[in-house]
Design a protein around this ligand. Sequence first.
Ligand SMILES: *[C@@H]1O[C@H](CO)[C@@H](O)[C@H](O)[C@H]1NC(C)=O
Ligand SMILES: *[C@@H]1O[C@H](CO)[C@@H](O)[C@H](O)[C@H]1NC(C)=O
Ligand SMILES: *[C@@H]1O[C@H](CO)[C@@H](O)[C@H](O)[C@H]1NC(C)=O
Ligand SMILES: *[C@@H]1O[C@H](CO)[C@@H](O)[C@H](O)[C@H]1NC(C)=O
Ligand SMILES: *[C@@H]1O[C@H](CO)[C@@H](O)[C@H](O)[C@H]1NC(C)=O
Length: 427
Amino acid sequence: MAETGKVKFLWRVLLCLITLTLLVLCVNLAGPMWDQLDMTTSKYLQKQRQNSSDAEFGRHDRLLTAAENVTSLPSELRTILSSRDSCTKPVTNFVFIKVHKTGSASTAVILIRFAYNHHMIMCYGNRGMRLTFPRTEIYKSSCARWKEFGDRFNFIVQHTVFNKTAMDRIMRPGTKYIGIMREPLSHFRSQFFFFKDPRRYGLRKSRNPLGAFLDNPERYELKVTKNLTRSRERNKQAFVMGFPPDLLGTQDTRLMDNVIKQLDQWYTFVIINEYYDESLVMLRRKLCWGLFDILHSTKHVNKQHNRKKYVSLTNKQLQNHKRINTIDFRMYDFFNKTFWRSVEEETRKGFWEEVTYFKDVVKRVNTYCSKRKKEKHLQIPTSKWNKPFSVNGNFCKGLNRDPKVWGRKLFHQMVHSVKKKKKRKHL
Ligand SMILES: *[C@@H]1O[C@H](CO)[C@@H](O)[C@H](O)[C@H]1NC(C)=O
Ligand SMILES: *[C@@H]1O[C@H](CO)[C@@H](O)[C@H](O)[C@H]1NC(C)=O
Ligand SMILES: *[C@@H]1O[C@H](CO)[C@@H](O)[C@H](O)[C@H]1NC(C)=O
Ligand SMILES: *[C@@H]1O[C@H](CO)[C@@H](O)[C@H](O)[C@H]1NC(C)=O
Ligand SMILES: *[C@@H]1O[C@H](CO)[C@@H](O)[C@H](O)[C@H]1NC(C)=O
């Protein structure tokens, strides 16, 4: 009797010890996770206690938005983050309407990096940066290996022409559209040389091909096209942004403005090239992204150096340029105004303070990235707009990666994850 009592007692002690060890292990493992969770939760509550008209933060959910890489957080934390309200959840379904020569390649790098970090499924065309442009339609079958990637896509970044009906059909519900525009004259100067137009119009030897062309555009255009509204020198930004091709020949400014207003309804945001950093901060706010997500290289992708580009133009030449690009001008004007209206709205919410801060971080990151011999990490501490994060050499590689290479990288990630899923099914 005494013997069995002793054994029972010993067993109990042993069980207790095992339980204790397990508990300690658990706490150790879960500790960091719960610390993080606690920190965020308490910050959130603290934030809630503060006045909701908090001018510095704009909306108090900004603090949580700053979770720079939401996918890498523990799932419990993610649930808390995303259950708050719409702005705690970054937009991860979007199409970028990539307009040539507007700074869109630099933007593409930012967006593809984001898509890569969020494991997004891209409709990918494997012909460099071209997907369907200049065609105005798009189908599932326009996307490489489309059958393998489930029902719908949630990202497009390569060159297309905006067509909401067609794109809505192949994209996940709720997909947002992002456009980009550039002041039409500087856009014209840029594309004229980029697409080797002087040669096209027999102006290669001219001292001032741009001026010569603009003295009498029709004379040159009719050499290469029968239909002037299709000339590549006319309203190309409007065309890519979705202005209906059969209306491009109109002279009716009221009609133009109505169409532009309709397009405006469909775009969540249009980046204005002339105000690039400001646009990115606005984009971040509209899509509920973190500051980390919009970091960009200060080196321009596709920068050209051609003195002939910067000649000054006569009044007549300027007028001719305006005359053949009326829609682009009106559209740019409209979206520029829209942009500045949102800036006005966001100014109360610390917009300019954030722009200044963002520019500084971009500078620091680019300086770090341009060093041959760099420290292992560059730490960016907490601010009103971001949680602390760090960048390293690998990040720098991505910062300056050609968008084509980035695109392929994302595509490989997609293919790889599909393969992994299939394998799991078979097991
Ligand atoms: C809090 O907000 C209310 C209404 O927006 C305002 O009247 C009040 O002055 C604010 N209080 C503080 C402490 O900022
Ligand atoms: C974000 O998190 C995912 C998943 O943990 C990870 O694969 C990816 O590298 C992270 N991205 C960055 C920029 O830290
Ligand atoms: C846009 O796509 C729809 C659906 O495919 C098509 O019917 C329409 O003609 C397209 N618009 C243009 C301008 O091609
Ligand atoms: C010229 O092209 C536009 C746009 O494709 C089209 O709507 C128009 O009918 C064409 N005009 C002629 C004369 O072919
Ligand atoms: C854009 O709009 C702002 C505000 O209305 C104006 O000051 C600026 O000149 C415009 N930019 C261009 C390039 O037209």
